[in-house]
Design a protein around this ligand. Structure first.
Ligand code: EPU
Length: 336
């Protein structure tokens, strides 16, 4: 097996924020065997595992090994009358997999069309959009222990999914690398989810095909989220905060129009975009770093921003939100 370890590699092509920093060492892996061999041979203490590079902000050169997961393969592994289990290699592009499902008339992830990133990264933050979360169609994932190189299967319960959260961001952080994911998808006739406001308005009580839902989601996202191919970004930079209902009641007295959604255990979720917008940050720009003009939750790189410049805006927004609303915004994006 030939492993192509490279030195001083620019990570510019590998992160959607379009930040140009170098990694001391770099290697791509195309199979679990290659991954195991890399982990075996690696001498670097610091390891950066990259999928699509769509959820990270690089702020300086990385003094370690960057490992890019590039295994491929989509396979139906089990079929029943109404459902199919599909196993997907971690290195597959998420949106490509959504399109594959539409071509094969398999339902469940059509609301998650156009989310950047790889399939292997999807469970880590339990990606979600337009009323659907990955955890709802997740069957299991296979992951390799960084320490021992052993493979382990995690079922839904073991992943401890939450809002943009899983065990891989908490107690097992930096301990496992996801190598494949199995999904439990539906066969036609599909039960679709149009609960999200923009979808229910569009489909108005009708039951659309999974293909029409995906198209609607693509249209909505394209209208307000910047295309990383044109303007560097990592999607939502912040998580939507969830606050106790007592705190919310006070806030609502001050801001009667504040949008809100009930969350778990009587708590209330508030769109961070609304809070940021309220402080006038939409369209804010310092040099090439800024806040997207159409969605206040998204930080952007107009060209030559450094990671540090974007990070500075993120901290500034977080501080101002704390000062004005007494709400602690958490970053959804990983700052490296
Ligand atoms: N809003 C503003 N200003 C803005 C944008 C939105 O006030 O600039 C308000 C809107 O009026 C709306 C509310 O915020 O009432 C919610 O906005 P939107 O429906 O666009 O959703 P979001 O809460 O901003 C979340 C996810 C997105 C996901 C959408 C759709 C998080 C952190 N973000 O955004 O996920 O696509 O819902 O389901 O949960 C991502 O994670 O990268 C991402 C894009």
């Amino acid at each position: 097996m030939v492993l192509n370890f490279q030195k001083d590699v620019s990570l510019l092509p590998y992160n959607t924020f379009g930040i140009d920093v170098k990694s001391k060492k770099f290697v791509s892996v195309r199979s679990t065997d290659e991954l195991k061999a890399v982990l075996n041979q690696n001498q670097e203490k610091r390891l950066l595992v990259l999928g699509g590079g769509s959820n990270l902000l690089l702020t300086k050169d990385f003094e370690g090994l960057t490992l890019r997961i590039e295994n491929r393969g989509i396979q139906i592994v089990h079929e029943e009358q109404r459902s199919a289990k599909v196993k997907v290699a971690a290195g597959e592009n998420w949106h490509y997999f959504v399109m594959w499902c539409l071509d094969n008339d398999l339902g469940g992830i059509e609301n998650l069309a156009l989310i950047p990133g790889s399939v292997g990264a999807a469970p880590i933050q339990n990606i979600g959009a337009y009323g659907v979360e990955l955890s709802q169609v997740f069957e299991s994932c296979e992951a390799m222990s960084i320490e021992t190189g052993e493979l382990k299967i995690f079922n839904t319960e073991e992943c401890e999914f939450g809002y943009r959260n899983s065990i891989f961001k908490n107690s097992l952080k930096k301990q496992y690398i996801i190598t494949s994911v199995q999904f439990n998808l539906s066969k036609a006739p599909h039960q679709t989810n149009t609960s999200y406001k923009e979808l229910s308005e569009k489909f108005d009580g009708k039951s659309p095909s999974i293909q029409s839902i995906a198209q609607a989601v693509v249209d909505i996202r394209s209208a307000k989220l910047p295309d990383p191919g044109q303007i560097g970004n990592s999607g939502s930079f912040f998580k939507n905060p969830v606050i106790p209902s007592r705190q919310f009641t006070k806030l609502q007295q001050q801001y009667p129009e504040i949008p809100h959604y009930p969350d778990q255990e009587g708590k209330i979720k508030i769109p961070a975009a609304w809070l940021i917008d309220c402080l006038g940050y939409k369209g804010y720009r310092v040099n090439d770093a800024g806040v997207h003009q159409k969605q206040a939750l998204v930080l952007v790189n107009y060209g030559n921003a450094s990671g540090a410049e974007i990070q500075k805006i993120a901290y500034e927004i977080r501080d101002k939100i704390l000062e004005n609303f007494a709400i602690n915004l958490e970053f959804e994006v990983n700052i490296i």
